[in-house]
Design a protein. Structure first.
Length: 142
């Protein structure tokens, strides 16, 4: 049974493309790691079941690993592609800026708001979580 995936996307240079269904959830993250990785004052990522996303070419070995975290980037343009976390088993996280349909991926919460930069003011009524959103993310995956 063939059907078009709900989402398509690519890295900056187009060397890597991705397809998949709608994500389990989408969340803003204000932590310092996400700020440094994205180069922005806040990051936003979509959460998927690991087997739901298709990368072309397939993700090889992570470019960066530290205990509990694996990250992938494009070998050509070095755009961030995905990350997995041991405390979020079976899930993969992708920056929403990679998706062609980014307008459809409105975040549902803010994580690590205790790390928000002082001059950033996002006025919305989304839930704010002081630290990790792992409970919300694991719940969305079930």
């Amino acid at each position: 049974m063939a059907s078009d995936p709900a989402l398509t996307g690519r890295c900056y240079c187009g060397a890597v493309s991705l397809t998949g269904p709608a994500p389990n959830t989408t969340v803003y993250c204000h932590c310092s790691d996400c700020r440094r990785l994205s180069g922005a004052p806040v990051a936003a990522f979509a959460a998927f079941a690991r087997d739901d996303l298709h990368f072309d070419p397939p993700l090889a070995d992570p470019h960066f690993e530290k205990p509990g975290v694996s990250r992938w980037s494009c070998s050509q343009c070095h755009a961030q592609l995905a990350a997995t976390y041991d405390y979020l088993p079976g899930q993969i996280y992708v920056p929403i800026g990679l998706f062609d349909q980014m307008d459809l991926l409105q975040p549902s919460a803010h994580a690590h708001v205790n790390s928000t930069v002082s001059w950033l003011h996002i006025e919305d009524d989304l839930p704010r979580i002081d630290a990790s959103s792992r409970d919300l993310l694991n719940e969305a995956a079930s």
